[in-house]
Design a protein around this ligand. Sequence first.
Ligand code: WTA
Length: 674
Amino acid sequence: MWLPCGGTSNYIVTHFRRRLFKAYFRDLGRRRCNVAAFMPEAAGFDGVSDRSALQEFSVSNSESFWAAVARQRLSWIRPFHTVQDCDLSRGEIKWFVGGQLNVSVNCLDRHVHTCPERVALIWERDESGSEVKVTYRSLLEMTCRLGNLLRRHGVKRGDCVTIYMPTCPLAVASMLACARIGAAHNVVFAGFSAEALAERIRDAQSGTVITVNQGVRGGKVTELKKTVDTAVQSCPAVQQVFVAMRTENPVAMTARDVAMEEEMLKEDVVCEPAAMDSEDVLFLLYTSGSTGKPKGLVHTQAGYLLYAALTHRYVFSYHDGDVFGCVADIGWITGHSYSVYGPLANGGTTVLFESTPIYPDPGRYWEMVQRLKINQFYGAPTAIRLLLKYGDEWVHKYDRSTLKTLGSVGEPINTEAWEWYHRVVGDGRCPVVDTWWQTETGGICISPRPSDADAEIVPGMAMRPFFSIKPTLMDTEGKVLTSNDVSGALCIAQPWPGMARTIHNNHQRFIETYCRPHPGYFFTGDGAYRSKEGYYQITGRLDDVINVSGHRIGTAEIEDNQCAAVAESAVIGYSHDLKGQGVYAFVVLKNDVEVQGAALCQQLNNMVSKKIAKYACPDFIQVFVQRLPKTRSGKIMRRVLRKVVERDLDGVGDLSTLDDPTAVQEIIQESRTE
Ligand code: WTA
């Protein structure tokens, strides 16, 4: 021993050790405490001391993660005995097996017990400045009356009710009333035509429809009840139509119709909730695929609700007392998960936006943010791009200091729009979360948050997977790409509670679309790039689905229109300044057709809006095509048409598989002269 005094050296070493130990445990304690404050369930997860450990735990111990979260965050009538029973390769997905619950109880009753007068909904009506607030107590009452009314009219557990309404409290109550009595709902976006509505009513085998007399949007009145009247003419199974009054104008009622509000008043305000199994159907929601027939994605009770709630809480950092402003229509999945189910499951206050971003003027969103003191604003890139063009003054005019998080959804957000959203709307203070997900995923799967408050956010990138989500990229041969700085087909490697369970009446299509392309994985249909840092950026659809202003539409759906003048057509998505993607149609006319030019375009557009909806109408129609380029097996060469649309004629590539290469020359020739 070289120190003269061993005692002293021992003291120093022990003392030092003790201090180190203390500091270590204090730090560990603080980190544990932080992560438990962030997510209380984390306190029970072994080895989870910070957020990145929590993320890893949720991926590698997904069952324990979801079991704890499900016990903590949902009210169960009967606890589940099996966390999950899934086989992705066979498309069999079950979560929380054996459990029973009621979604409306989770969204309403339990909050009525603790805070009955808290505002659940703020209905931002089309008429600016005339918002209506609905407390949890009154939303529960509304839901119960409606549940009783549906029951009295014979709607039973397992039936499917179609809802064709604008975004309003009665639409939310209708969804929750279905959930209360165990019926499934099928909300159809109120912009869809009578034919599109009828197709969805028939496919869903709905016997009941709920609608309003008229809709009001952007100051314009739409005849929703009349549209339903037309639709049900070709839906023999429809026995009753409930009609609520959005405007004061009376509408013609038939023997099938029920005056909804009047009849609701006769009902009791208490309605016994049905005990639903976790895997009973909660709703169908139709979305476009790569065939002409839209698919009714099926979401079930517990897993969907839990996933919507957890993503709402953590992606947006939603806290008690916040006002959440998702401006999506309830007719889309974003409206389902983030205007209705997520916020209500969390006991939140959620805005129902009935209007448009530019009505009565381009300051509408921000005036609303100021008036309603919105804390999280969730919107679509297409609207942001539109507002950017109107200039900063419309934003600066209003106080946006309540805003804490800004969200973007539905399509890629370009850097310019992202920067403007961040710098002008959020005054550079608020994180912008570009959230990637789909009707199929039920809730957000990739998003910059949750992550540490100071974690970087790269403009225009969804970046980080949510808890338990394991994104995987595949190359063209179906091999997993393991390195970074690569692009591939985006798959998700393990099931999560929010994912769709099947396609209504067509499980085979579900398997073929999502499970078969990469066995053992869920295939999203999107392409993605993984950066050097491991962040994800969505690069767009890999199939024949285009995304117009954040609305999905299958090219085949537009092509399938039977127009007397048209022999055949091909629809291509192309890059569009405002809408993200525009619709470009190549049309081959029948020989004897006389109508030409503008009249023909008008006719074709009318067809599409009658068959589908206005948003699906082509932006550009090339009608003078003689024939479409096809392979020898008769498939239209979309790749070639895309290049023609993009004016990338050198990139047309190998034409050797074409049946008749001169068809391409003709199209190029014609597009040059036009
Ligand atoms: C696209 C909407 C890029 C994507 C919630 C997806 C996005 C489709 C993003 C789903 C995003 C959605 N960045 N693309 N942040 N979010 N998409 O079913 O192509 O209406 O597959 O669900 O929109 O559209 P859906």
